[in-house]
Write a protein that binds this ligand. Structure first.
Ligand SMILES: *Cc1c(COP(=O)(O)O)cnc(C)c1O
Length: 352
């Protein structure tokens, strides 16, 4: 090691899903929405005055924050927007987890949580999911420096019922509980209502999946105004202008179009339920996903090999090399046509 390297921050970064250059592949590897954003977004983009880019954006992203607050029927002092929920959750780790006690999150969950914990030097422990990939609530009934639960969980798609989640929050009012609802719009039950009752609960959502905005980078947290104020103090100590002008304008246009959102999420849910039946008929097993992906395995099928073969055939899914889940593939829900391509490939593959 060269001397000037000795004070470098040593981190093992998160590995995002692959974004292939070839636009013709069937891309079912990063849980993107197969449908375009709302037509209202296109209209807002055409009408956007480019002269606005000359100026700094509104640091509070008021137009977007207000549109989100309106959508959920809450006041805007309960909303904190960020550059994707990754930005929001990272900021929340930095803001709320500064104690000596370990933060708790499951051993199988979104693989960014341990990366942020390491980056910010936050102690953490990872209670195991049970054999059905369910969170065991009792594991969270102990002293901790905070709790983070993705619900529905990633990459399993399994949901922790709201009454069990509430029990975890109820017993943990001495630390901040973050519920990451990246997939809740695909049939899950949101904990948003509980933020009125529990001041220490922060619910995080994203435009990336259910609102077809992964490329735009918008996420947001909702919770008690004191939590939001604390997030803002940290944000304004690091980067005041997280939200750029186009994302403020286009994000507001996207969330105002409730009808389009309901239509497209409804289509994805219907496709998912159909694909579940077809995968089951091919011998795949999986939990009852409430997300826009299915986390499946097949007895006697090598998941890594299938993942590579699919890729050679232009179909991208996600495979994780982690010991507990290396037999599984995470398959995002695409359009019906995309899923039919995948299914006909799998029909042939499993028959051979
Ligand atoms: C996709 C995802 C995120 C991050 O989404 P952004 O694109 O940064 O909004 C956060 N948590 C989970 C569980 C996710 O799957």
């Amino acid at each position: 090691m060269r001397l000037w390297e000795q004070n470098f921050r040593d981190v093992e970064p998160y590995t995002p899903g692959e974004q292939p250059k070839d636009r013709n592949v069937i891309k079912l590897n990063t849980n993107e929405n197969p449908y375009p954003p709302s037509p209202a977004v296109e209209k807002a983009l055409r009408e956007m005055d480019l002269a606005r880019l000359r100026k700094y954006p509104d640091p509070a992203a008021e137009e977007l924050t207000e549109a989100i607050a309106d959508y959920y029927g809450i006041t805007k002092d309960r909303v904190f927007p960020g550059v994707g929920s990754d930005d929001v959750i990272g900021m929340a780790f930095l803001t709320f987890f500064n104690g000596p006690k370990p933060v708790l999150f499951p051993n199988i969950t979104y693989s960014f949580y341990d990366v942020w914990a390491d980056l910010f030097k936050i102690p953490y422990e990872t209670p195991a999911l049970n054999e059905n990939f369910e969170v065991v609530p009792e594991d969270y009934f102990r002293e901790n420096g905070g709790i983070v639960l993705a619900n529905p969980n990633a990459p399993t798609g399994v949901e922790l019922p709201l009454d069990q989640l509430e029990e975890i929050i109820r017993r943990n009012q001495a630390s901040v509980v973050i519920v990451d609802e990246a997939y809740v719009d695909f049939g899950g039950e949101s904990a948003l209502g509980l933020t009125e009752k529990y001041e220490n609960l922060l619910v995080v959502q994203t435009f990336s999946k259910s609102r077809s905005f992964a490329g735009m980078r918008i996420g947001f947290a909702m919770g008690h105004p004191d939590l939001i104020a604390a997030l803002n103090r940290v944000k304004y100590s690091y980067n005041s202008y997280t939200m750029n002008t186009p994302s403020i304008i286009l994000g507001a246009a996207a969330i105002r179009d409730r009808a389009y959102f309901e239509e497209t999420t409804g289509k994805i849910i219907r496709t998912r339920e159909r694909v579940k039946k077809e995968l089951a008929a091919l011998g795949f097993t999986f939990g009852d996903s409430k997300s826009n992906f299915i986390f499946a395995k097949r007895e006697g099928t090598d998941a890594e090999k299938l993942f590579r073969t699919l890729k050679e055939n232009g179909i991208y899914v996600r495979w994780f090399s982690k010991p507990l889940i290396r037999d599984y593939l995470r398959i995002s829900i695409g359009t019906d046509e995309e899923m039919d391509c995948l299914l006909s490939f799998l029909r042939q593959y499993t028959a051979d």
